[in-house]
Every structure is written in C-alpha cells, then in structure tokens.
Design a protein around this ligand. Structure first.
Ligand SMILES: NC(=O)c1ccc[n+]([C@@H]2O[C@H](COP(=O)([O-])OP(=O)(O)OC[C@H]3O[C@@H](n4cnc5c(N)ncnc54)[C@H](OP(=O)(O)O)[C@@H]3O)[C@@H](O)[C@H]2O)c1
Length: 355
C-alpha cells in the first residue's frame, strides 16, 4: 500500500511530493493516519540548512502532527483503531528518516509514554493538537522542570503552587512558545505578566493571561528594560525569552532580570553571562524533546498533566491557520518562516487533503 509523502531526498534540497510505501509498525510502535500536521520554523531550517545533527536521508520532516491510530506493532497494548493521538517527532524511534508528519501515515513509538499521555482530549481538534507538542515542550521544560533543567516553577504541575504578588516578563509573547509561557505563568499564579509583542495581538494575549503588552512595533528591543520599569515597580524575577532570533535578545532579557532571578529561554544553548554567579541570575536553555535525557522524567509528568489542562481549558492551543492543498501546500507555507512573518497563529496542513 502506498501513500503520499513530502520528502527531502538529500541534505539542503527542495521537498519532493511522491508516493512511498505506508510504513509498517514495529515493536512498540503505532501506525497513525495523519489528520493534521503543524508547521514549525525548524522544519524550514532543517530542509534548507540541514540544521540538526544525525538526520537520516531520505527524510520526512514534520515535527508536530496529530492523527488516528490505524495499526499496532508487536507488544502494543491498550490502543484501539481510531484512537486520537499526538505525533511528535521526538517520540519516534530514530532521528530523522521517514517518520515525520509530512506524510499521510506515520509511526509513533509508545515505549516511554502511557496512552493517557499520547491521547488528545476530545475537546481539542486534530489541527489544534498538531499546533502543540514542539512549542509546548519548548516552553514547559525550561519554565517548569526542576533545577538545573529548568527554573522549577512547578515540576509536578501541583495546582497549589502560587506566585501571587510576583511579576514576570515574556519576550515574544505572540510566538507559539510565548503564548504557552503566558498561559503557564497564569496557571502558576503570577500577578503581573508583561509581554513584548505586536500590539495587534493585545486582546488575544490578554485573554490568555497577559496583564500588560509592550508594543514591539513601537518600542525597540534595546529600550525594553526602561519600558518594563514604566509598567511596574516590582522586580522581574522571571524573564522568559520566547523568541531567540532577534539580535541581542538574550542580553536584553538578562538586563530586565532582577538579581537572583531566573531566565528560561527557547534557546538550545544559551551562554552564561560573566556576572551570573555574582548576581544570582540563572539562564536555562532547552532541546525541546521529552525523549532525551535529562527531560524524560519531566516529560512523563508534563504529558500526563497536559491532558487535564487542555480538557479544563487552562491551556488553550494556538489559533490555527489551515493551509490548503495538504502536503502540496507546505513548501510555499514554510517560506513564510524566512521573514518571521507568521504572526500569532500556527500554520496547519491536513495531509489527507493532498491533491
Ligand atoms: N530550543 C528548541 O528546541 C526550540 C524548539 C522550537 C522553537 N524554538 C524557538 O522558539 C522560538 C519561538 O518559536 P515559535 O515556533 O513559537 O515561533 P512562531 O510562533 O513561528 O513565531 C512567530 C512570532 O515571532 C514574533 N517575532 C518576530 N520577530 C520578533 C522579534 N524581533 N521579537 C519578538 N518577537 C518576534 C512575531 O511576533 P508578532 O506577532 O508580535 O509580530 C510572531 O508572532 C523561536 O526563536 C524558535 O527558534 C526553539
């Protein structure tokens, strides 16, 4: 049986839409019919620049997806055909290869997560689910996981944890990562959640939990520390840097951070500033996978709790923009990441709509 897949045949070459065999699930693997795949800037970076190590070619990208269980390999228990599950690239058994979400059927390994963790709550659509795994992990790991992995705001998702009276800043609040940061900060009870984002998203970001918006189209990044002081007189003990491509964004974030404060970021390997120890300021980076050490144990707790947080509406998935033509629409849609012109939404494709 064959299916359509969007393949990168060799490093740094354009995507090719072609027919390939439907993969067969091995031990502890599910075969999943992909109903939605979310696009991320990393998909574009890997296709164009072969950005990540150990990628195997030919390569099917697609870090985030969601779909229905179609079949199971040996040893898989508890799943039924039609179960709705997340597909997250870092769930899969090998780095790269043919197992991403840019195809009509893909493979998910179930060895390190329970069914409850992989299952999409019934109030969340496939498109919404496909908007979530990579960027939610990017946010939650450095923010919530215990020190030294993250700032340790709430490693067990204990509903009693409360930072009432404290102020936090999110730089890049309208990114997918930033939207989850705002919501998690609200969840743990921060009183002031200030965010640096385009003012056109003010109402939406306030609906997620932001209390103040500093308009990034009006205030240059270099002026952010002064702008924050005009908003609040409280020390900012938590700065989340959700957009890391802007020049000097890590330095500016650090300048906004009170002594003794913590700065979780979406950067994979942030540099430790020279005065970090003397001033008690800590910075955290992230490789947004819950399948690699040291994130595995936190990942189990996170995925289990995410189900409930989504079901109760505490965490809302990103707003989605449906890209037409299924897999055939991905090449052009990914070019929008080159100018960072995807703003406040997640681009999502349904591979089953491929002409
Ligand atoms: N370490 C990891 O494993 C990992 C994994 C995934 C992503 N990331 C990183 O996480 C960050 C967010 O990714 P994402 O997928 O959430 O992004 P995204 O949703 O695609 O980001 C789009 C947003 O970027 C904002 N933006 C553009 N230029 C900006 C600037 N100079 N300052 C602040 N915001 C700016 C835009 O804001 P406006 O709408 O306000 O104009 C837009 O809403 C990126 O830096 C990405 O590289 C890291």
């Amino acid at each position: 049986m064959s299916q359509k897949a969007l393949v990168v045949e060799t490093p740094k070459t354009p995507f090719v839409l072609k027919s390939v065999p439907i993969p067969k699930p091995g031990p502890n693997e599910l075969l999943v019919k992909v109903m939605a795949t979310g696009l991320n800037m990393v998909d574009r970076f890997v296709q164009a620049h072969d950005l990540l190590p150990n990628m195997k070619y030919p390569l099917v990208l697609g870090f985030d997806a969601a779909g229905s269980v179609e079949g199971f390999g040996e040893g898989v228990q508890g799943y039924t055909k039609g179960d709705r599950v997340y597909v997250f690239y870092c769930f899969i058994s090998d780095a790269g290869g043919m197992y991403g979400g840019f195809q009509q059927y893909t493979i998910v390994t179930v060895d390190h997560l329970t069914k409850a963790s992989l299952t999409i709550p019934s109030n969340i659509s496939y498109a919404e689910a496909a908007s979530l795994p990579l960027t939610f992990c990017t946010t939650a790991i450095p923010l919530m996981a215990a020190n030294p992995i993250g700032a340790g705001l709430n490693p067990t998702f204990d509903p009693k944890v409360n930072f009432n009276g404290e102020s936090a800043l999110v730089i890049g609040g309208s990114t997918s990562v930033g939207q989850y940061a705002i919501q998690l900060l609200k969840y743990v009870g921060y009183s002031e959640i200030i965010t640096y984002a385009s003012a056109k998203h003010s109402e939406y970001l306030k609906s997620l939990g932001a209390t103040h918006i500093i308009d990034r189209t009006d205030v240059p990044l270099s002026a952010l520390p002064d702008a924050v002081k005009k908003v609040t007189s409280s020390p900012i003990k938590l700065v989340h840097v959700a957009f890391v491509q802007a020049p000097d964004v890590m330095e500016i974030g650090y300048a906004c951070l009170a002594h003794g404060g913590q700065m979780p970021t979406a950067h994979p390997l942030p540099t430790k500033p020279k005065d970090a120890d003397a001033t008690g300021r800590k910075i955290y980076g992230v490789y947004a996978s819950t399948k690699i050490d040291p994130n595995i144990e936190f990942g189990k707790v996170m995925w289990k709790n995410l189900y409930k947080l989504l079901e109760e509406g505490v965490i809302k998935p990103n707003r989605v923009e449906n890209v037409p033509n299924g897999l055939a629409g991905i090449t052009d849609a990914l070019l929008r990441f080159d100018g960072f012109s995807v703003s406040g939404v997640k681009l999502v494709v349904n591979p089953q709509e491929t002409p």
